[in-house]
Structure formats: structure tokens, C-alpha cells
Design a protein. Sequence first.
Length: 179
Amino acid sequence: MSHKSHAGRGPQAVGAPLDVGAAQVVLAPQTAGAPQVVLLDARADGLDEAGLRARARDVAADGGRRSSRSYRFPLALVAFNDGPIGVDIERVESCDEAFADSIRTPSERMAGWPEGDSDRFFTSLWSSKEALAKALGDALAYDPRRLEGPSAWPDGRSGPWHARALELGPEHVGWVCWR
């Protein structure tokens, strides 16, 4: 699983919905302090991987708010918020027990193996932790075996933090976390 996150600020008015052109808004700010998340699809614009990354950087720079980006070619997510924010997208891939154990806390392991699509479950768990780690400031500074996944937060909240799974279709999962 791969990850990239970057923070940026530009000239947009704080809290204003962004005009993202052809990008698909997958989460629109519903209340004050809520983020906006856009999905970029390289196939729609005929972009290669480098072009998708450049497009995501341009969208983030035009946002005027804090931003986070994540890529899983041919898709990218760009999230904006007034406060700390992290976003992650992953392609659902095969997840064996060794991978599952490498990302679960002791309490998450005690919950046992999930029923249903375990590949989607563990890819989503990874993505939720990546988004949270990015929002906390540095995804590489956090060991996923010590970071409880936001997917278990009651009502998507833990103290001042919020988390939401993003609907991205059957092949991808995504999460956004913000304060």
C-alpha cells in the first residue's frame, strides 16, 4: 500500500466550497469545519501518473485551505479543511493474515477475523489509519499497530477528531480524517 500527503495553502476564502472543475466532489462541506474532498480520475482527462499528480497539486494549491492528497493511479483524492486534515485512497487488494497483523492494534486483533470481504475490511482499516496519521501531521511517524483505526470510532468521532469513509466504488476505499 502506498501513501503520499502534502499540506498547502492558497488564496481561497476560508470555508468556501471550491470550484474543482471536472473533478468529482465525494464529500461536500455540510457544516462549518467540515472538509471538502474531491476525486480526480486520470482516465477522464487522459493523464498519465505524473500528470495526475501535477493536477492534484494544482487543485490543492488553488484551495486556499489546508490540504491533503493521496494517489492510487488512476485515481487521486484531494481534501481541504480549515484545520488539520488527512486523506487516503487505496485499491482493494488481497490481504493475508501477516498484513492484517502488521496493521492491527492488540484490541483490533482480539476482535478476530472479520466476516465478509476481509480484503476490503483490512484495506479500509489501513486507509483509515493512513488518513488519521496524515491529519496528525506525519504518516510515517505512526506505527499502525499502535494507532486505533477511526473505523471503530462511535459516530465517526474521537474527541475533537472526525473520520469518514468515502464511497469510491468496488475497487477502491478511501478515508478522510479532520479536526
